[in-house]
Design a protein around this ligand. Structure first.
Ligand SMILES: Cc1cc2nc3c(=O)[nH]c(=O)nc-3n(C[C@H](O)[C@H](O)[C@H](O)COP(=O)(O)O)c2cc1C
Length: 177
């Protein structure tokens, strides 16, 4: 077998240079809520609208999604760093949801208030891969969310995306017609 081109730490450091948004993925089973922070999330298809998440097999939420076939996604705003930290901690699921403001989706998962958008997905395909499980979920419901600055993860720390509202035009200089 050829040796890996990168060791784990080097790969981690390299991927830290790839900025991403941050979301909380949630699931519900037998009146219990589960959730974790994710940034391994991408849109895979427009028709039908489908997104892909990659979850470590040791997360509490992973087997719940596998069994229930549904999950919720809340895109975090810059004001929700504390929730990103909370949902990334290995603590009992009920502690993650303590005094949390959320609405209940039609499929059951909690959808966080203050998120920039919320989605509910039905699992279309599940792919076990190495120590993760990939879930392709068809988006069956969306919430518009807050018109807020999104939370960004880059170089292992949080930042804020400067959106349309923060674009600054140069005070002087050439202008395009
Ligand atoms: C910014 C950020 C992004 C993360 N992205 C993922 C991810 O995409 N998939 C994943 O399985 N874990 C991801 N994690 C780690 C999980 O949130 C973490 O392992 C969490 O503790 C799992 O919950 P549990 O241990 O209570 O089951 C991320 C953590 C952070 C801080």
């Amino acid at each position: 077998m050829t040796p890996p081109a990168l060791d784990t730490l080097a790969f981690r450091r390299l991927m830290a240079r790839w900025p991403t948004g941050v979301a909380v993925v949630t699931a519900r089973e037998k009146d219990h809520d589960y959730g974790l922070t994710v940034n391994a999330l991408l849109s895979v298809s427009l028709e039908p609208p489908t997104l892909l998440i990659s979850l470590t097999e040791i997360a509490d939420t992973t087997p719940v999604i596998a069994r229930t076939g549904a999950f919720g996604v809340s895109f975090l705003s810059a004001a929700q760093r504390d929730l990103s930290d909370r949902f990334a901690r290995t603590i009992p699921p009920e502690e993650k949801f303590r005094e949390l403001a959320f609405v209940r989706g039609t499929l059951g998962p909690a959808l966080l208030q203050g998120a920039t958008a919320t989605l509910e997905c039905r699992v279309r395909q599940t792919v076990p891969l190495l120590d993760h499980t990939l879930f392709a979920g068809e988006v069956v419901a969306v919430g518009p969310g807050e018109d807020a600055t999104p939370l960004v993860f880059h170089r292992s720390s949080y930042g804020e995306a400067a959106g349309e509202t923060s674009v600054k035009l140069p005070a002087a200089g050439p202008r395009h017609a």
